[in-house]
Design a protein around this ligand. Sequence first.
Ligand code: SF4
Length: 265
Amino acid sequence: MSITEILNRIGPSTSSGILTHEEIKLLLAAEGDDKKLLFDKALQVKLAHLDNFVHLRGLIEYSNVCTKYCLYCGVRSKNPNFERYTLSDEEVIECAKLAHELGYGSVALQSGERSDAAFVDKITHLVKEIKKIDNGSLGITLSLGEQTEETYRRWFEAGAHRYLLRIEASNEDLYYKIHPRDAKHDFKTRLNCIDSLLKIGYQTGTGVMVGLPFQTLDDLADDLLFFKKKDVAMVGMGPFIPHPDTPLWQYRDQIPSAEKRMELT
Ligand code: SF4
């Protein structure tokens, strides 16, 4: 099947085109004129669904303190080579107020992963305080990693309505090439967390890094099918950027060029 035939099956104004793994892989491998056709179609579908707008979110990087040590992440707890910080309550509320004044519809609170009681209480408090701004008109997205279902529910009831938890790799084998294989970095826990978020009623987002060492086009095609199967509301994807203070740095020569990683994203 040609790229044109595959693209013709995707209507410009519907999302009804269901692609197979092999078809997605062909699209991901497209080059030259085929790639241009693919990008033109993507723009057509985007304009049909979302119009010619960019939606801005106010991202508040709450803290870079983290208890985990993912193999790709410069913020991992086993990296002592930089300063850790956590914003004060006042700083968070000030950021949220500024976002509201500037006309943002929502803010996203993001942090390294902690799940201790003090952290859970603090986030509950901050969500409630942000909700007080202009009678709750600001939407709140959280990106605070894996938590218990009870914690997710508590934050939802406090006023958060969106949650972003990237699976990072939907292939379990690849997941354990970019995470330590231990209780803190359990693939099934990650999947269960995404299911809990969906069950509670969050507009749930997930996503993956693109251009990881060992990652294939088959993996990326399966990632896209995973997002479709989970019926998530948002997909966050970004290029893998090797960091010198991480174990994955040693594979930096085995990944696609920065341009290719951006293009696939
Ligand atoms: S949980 Fe997030 S912040 Fe912490 S090491 Fe992993 S990727 Fe980095």
